[in-house]
Ligand binder design. Structure first.
Ligand code: PEP
Ligand code: MN
Length: 375
C-alpha cells in the first residue's frame, strides 16, 4: 500500500507526525518514506509493508495530510502500474523529459575510441537537432582479449566534447560501482558539461549488489537492459531493485533475447513487448535495435533490418531508442558490423519520425474508439 501525501504534509508537519503515530499503532506494519523533490513541490510517499490486508483504506484516506492511497499488488510495488494508480510516469533529467509519452533517440558509438570519431559523431547529432547520445567507456566483452573500453581515461574529453556540442544526456554502461565513482568524479572535474544515464547491461541485469548500489544514488537516471536469457518478469523485478533502493528514474530497455530461434538476427527481437512493459509498469521503454539485429543487412525494400525493427518498436509506442552509429564502422573497436553511418543519420531520424507519427495516429484512433464504447 502506498500513501501519497498532500504537498504541505512534509515530514516536518503536524499531519505527518499524526499519521506516523496512527500507522505505528497498527500491528505488523513497517513504513518506508520516499521523497521526490521537484522544482515546485516535494512529493512524499509512505510505503507500507507487512500485513497491509488488515488496513482500512478509506480510514487512511480520511487522515489529515493524506491525498490518496494506492493498494499495490505484490509485484513491482514502486515501478508497477497499479489499480487506480494515477501517479505520473517518467522524470526530467538535465532538461530532457523521459516518460511513457515521449520519444528520445540515443544514437552514438557502441564504444568510445578516438576523439576524432567521438567529435564527428557528436557534431552530426547536433547538426541533426539531437541532444542525447550513447558512448560506451566500459565494455563487458565475451572474450577477455577483446578491447574492454578506454574506461575512466576517456571520460573527461568525452564529457567536454559532449558539452561543446550541446549533448545533455549520454547513456553509458557501468559494470562496477567504481565506474559510477569515476563518472561522478570526471563530471565534477570538467564542470558538468553534460549528463549521464547509467546503463546496466544485459549481462548485469541480475547483478543485485550492483543494482542496489546504483539504486542508492539519485543523481543519475538508469537504463536497465532486459536480461537476454531470463523472463520479462525477472527483468522487471531487477528494475524494482533500483527503485526499492531509492532511485525510480529508471528506463527499461528491450534489446533482444539470446536464442537461435532469432537467427539470422544476433538476438530474437522482442519489441512486441513494448506495450506490455508500459501496461505493467510506469517506466518509459527503450528499444535497442542494434544489439537485437547485430548486422547492417538490408531487406529487398531497401530498408536496413535495424531500421525495420526500430520502426516496429516505435509504432508500438517505444519511448527511447539506443542505436549504434559510427563515422567509420570498419574502424570501430566494438560492434562495427551493426553500426549505421553518419550519412545515414538523417534518414534514420526521418524514418523514426514516420513511425512515431503512425503511432500517434494509432493512439488517437484508439482514444476515439474508447470514447465510442463509453457512450
Ligand atoms: C551496449 O549497449 O553497448 C551493450 C553491450 O548492450 P547489451 O548489454 O544489451 O548487450
Ligand atoms: Mn555493442
Amino acid at each position: 500500500m502506498i500513501i501519497i501525501l498532500q504537498p504541505h504534509a512534509t515530514p516536518q508537519s503536524v499531519e505527518y507526525r499524526q499519521l506516523m503515530d496512527y500507522l505505528t499503532n497498527r500491528p505488523n506494519i513497517q513504513t518506508r518514506v520516499h521523497q521526490e523533490v521537484g522544482a515546485l513541490q516535494t512529493l512524499t510517499e509512505i510505503y507500507l509493508i507487512g500485513d497491509t490486508a488488515s488496513l482500512d483504506q478509506a480510514e487512511i484516506e480520511h487522515q489529515p495530510g493524506v491525498e490518496r492511497v494506492v493498494r499495490v499488488s505484490e509485484d513491482y510495488r514502486i515501478l508497477g502500474c497499479h489499480q487506480d494508480d494515477r501517479r505520473p510516469t517518467g522524470f526530467d533529467y538535465n532538461g530532457v523529459l523521459f516518460s511513457q509519452n515521449t520519444l528520445n533517440v540515443f544514437a552514438g558509438l557502441c564504444a568510445v575510441d578516438i576523439p576524432a570519431h567521438v567529435e564527428q559523431m557528436l557534431k552530426a547529432l547536433r547538426d541533426n537537432g539531437q541532444v542525447c547520445t550513447r558512448m560506451g567507456a566500459y565494455k563487458p566483452r565475451t572474450n577477455p582479449y577483446s578491447f574492454q573500453g578506454h574506461g575512466k581515461a576517456c571520460l573527461p574529453w568525452v564529457f567536454e566534447l559532449a558539452g561543446k556540442y550541446g549533448i545533455k544526456v549520454i547513456a553509458m554502461e557501468i559494470a562496477h560501482d567504481s565506474h559510477l565513482d569515476e563518472i561522478r568524479e570526471a563530471l565534477e572535474k570538467t564542470g558538468k558539461p553534460t549528463g549521464v544515464m547509467l546503463q546496466i547491461g544485459t549481462r548485469n541485469t541480475q547483478n543485485f549488489e550492483l543494482l542496489k548500489i546504483v539504486g542508492r544514488q539519485r543523481e543519475f537516471p538508469v537504463l536497465l537492459k532486459r536480461g537476454f536469457g531470463i523472463t520479462l518478469e525477472e527483468s522487471l523485478n531487477a528494475a524494482e531493485y533500483l527503485a526499492s533502493a531509492g532511485n525510480r528514474n529508471v528506463v527499461f530497455g528491450l534489446r533482444g533475447m539470446k536464442t537461435n530461434m532469432g537467427d539470422p538476427h544476433r538476438n530474437f527481437v522482442d519489441f512486441a513487448q513494448v506495450p506490455v512493459v508500459k501496461r505493467l509498469t510506469r517506466m518509459p521503454v527503450c528499444i535497442d535495435p542494434s544489439h537485437s539485429v547485430g548486422t547492417r543487412e538490408r531487406a529487398p525494400d531497401g530498408l536496413l533490418d535495424v531500421m525495420h525493427v526500430t520502426a516496429q518498436g516505435v509504432v508500438a509506442g517505444a519511448n527511447m531508442i539506443l542505436v549504434d552509429f559510427h563515422p567509420h564502422p570498419t574502424k570501430a573497436l566494438v560492434d562495427g558490423p551493426q553500426a549505421l553511418t553518419l550519412a545515414e543519420l538523417p534518414w534514420f531520424l526521418e524514418d523514426v519520425a514516420i513511425a512515431r507519427a503512425a503511432y500517434e495516429k494509432r493512439r488517437l484512433l484508439a482514444e476515439r474508439e474508447a470514447r465510442k464504447s463509453d457512450k
